[in-house]
Design a protein around this ligand. Structure first.
Ligand code: HAM
Length: 412
């Protein structure tokens, strides 16, 4: 017997109820971001592998373990995009977008790929909405983007979400800080958990997340990156915070916030939902003031975020379906042409209209109208009748005009 075919591990089929919810979120994002001057933009689903190795960072988990990489027929190494920012920066350079009025504000939506261990809220193919502002380091862009993501989460029904915020300063500040932190951990090596001790050199920041009481005591006295920022970076962070305060946006300054991508400088942030389990991040992002230059462009600051649609849906409740639909039943076989005419007319008025298209009996057709939740059924036979599906009242009408008017009345 042949093997049963299934969707690949870590992927999902979007069924109609979720498809509708996803479209709704996409519409909210388009409206919200459009109003703030963000333009739609798309990049390919695959790129040169080198883009991500250089952009996301060769030492990140994403590049080391999670990329779907393959060779094309000419032997070029390509990778299914694990995120959007590197590609948007590549496009910015490729199209000379630094010549446009700055900042260039873009947003995109689509599938992304990471070869992670699947679990609730974590997939190998997932969908992001991503927004980026390139070409200015103004702190108001950081704040604006954070407020836009907060509003998206809220309007998508995935709130409340906790906003964690920090600043990473420059890579140089960070390197000096990590040395200082390692020194602190080494001074207290005997009090640390084994796990933290083992990763002390490679990843000292992990010690901030430890459950181990001894480690926690050591970390309470550990130096914080936020206290080591250059004056200009500290001022930038203070400006971002002040703008969020002025907008009434709550946040927690969390100097232990670590993001899984290497390109960040200055502001980093993440929105977490209490309704989700281990994979609680609904979205996150930050500033990447050196990335475009690293990808071969002129020195150009940038800031942005991405939100995971599957997680937003997991954290939000399904909307009740609207009942504003109409069913056209055929009481005689040759009514189809009239049904088409009426359906086109109702659809033209923005009314969701379905026609009987499966050869059901009259009884079966009314049952089908019920099943799809029609508010009205138009029955086309020798005459035309319109049935109010709530009250059961069935009324004869003179012609298609009157049928359309009656349907309009019922759908209110
Ligand atoms: P990220 O934090 O890696 O950032 O991903 C952003 C969001 O994508 C996450 O918060 C999560 O909701 C969703 N996500 C990530 N991986 C998965 C997965 N395996 N399954 C389901 N959802 C997932 C970025 O990607 C950056 N490019 C964001 C950014 C834009 N920074 C600056 N500009």
């Amino acid at each position: 017997m042949s093997r049963k075919l299934q969707a690949p591990r870590g992927t999902l089929d979007v069924q109609p109820a979720d498809g509708r919810r996803r479209l709704r979120i996409q519409r909210i994002a388009a409206e919200l971001l459009g109003r703030a001057g963000y333009e739609p933009f798309d990049t390919p689903v695959f790129e040169d592998t080198e883009l991500f190795a250089r952009g996301v960072g060769a030492s990140t988990d994403i590049v080391q373990k999670e990329m779907f990489t393959f060779e094309d027929k000419a032997g070029r190494s390509l990778t299914l995009r694990p995120e959007a920012t590197a590609a948007i920066c590549r496009a910015y350079v490729e199209h000379g977008m630094h010549k446009l009025p700055q900042p260039v504000k873009l947003w995109t939506w689509g599938p992304f790929f990471r070869h992670e261990a699947p679990q609730a809220g974590r997939f190998r193919q997932f969908t992001q909405i991503d927004a980026e502002a390139l070409g200015s380091d103004d702190p108001s862009l950081d704040a604006e983007l954070i407020l836009l993501l907060a509003e998206l989460i809220e309007r998508a029904g995935a709130g409340p979400a906790r906003l964690r915020l920090s600043s990473l300063g420059t890579p140089e500040t960070r390197a000096a800080y990590l040395d200082e932190l390692r020194g602190h951990l080494r001074d207290h090596e005997g009090e640390l958990s084994e796990d933290v001790r083992d990763r002390l050199e490679a990843n000292p920041l992990r010690a901030f997340d430890a459950d181990h009481a001894g480690t926690q005591a050591v970390m309470a006295g550990a130096p914080r990156l936020l206290d080591r920022l250059d004056p200009a970076d500290a001022e930038h962070f203070a400006d971002v915070c002040a703008l969020l305060d002025a907008a009434g946006q709550a946040y927690e300054v969390d100097s232990t916030l670590v993001r899984g991508l290497d390109y960040y400088t200055r502001t980093v942030f993440e929105f977490e939902s209490e309704r989700l389990g281990a994979q609680a991040a609904l979205g996150g992002g930050g500033r990447y003031d050196r990335l475009i230059e690293e990808l071969g462009g002129p020195p150009t600051p940038g800031v942005g975020w991405a939100a995971g649609i599957e997680r937003i849906l997991l954290a939000s409740e399904a909307e009740p379906e609207s009942d504003s639909r109409v069913y056209i039943a055929l009481a005689k076989p040759d009514a189809m042409a009239d049904a088409f005419g009426l359906a086109q007319r109702l659809r033209g008025q923005g009314i969701r209209t379905e026609i009987e298209q499966a050869g059901r009996s009259m009884k079966g057709q009314l049952k089908q109208a019920d099943r799809i939740g029609a508010r009205a059924t138009v029955i086309l036979g020798d005459g035309i009748e319109v049935k109010d599906m709530d009250s059961g009242e069935q009324r004869a009408v003179r012609d298609a005009d009157e049928a359309a008017a009656r349907v309009g009345e019922l759908l209110g």
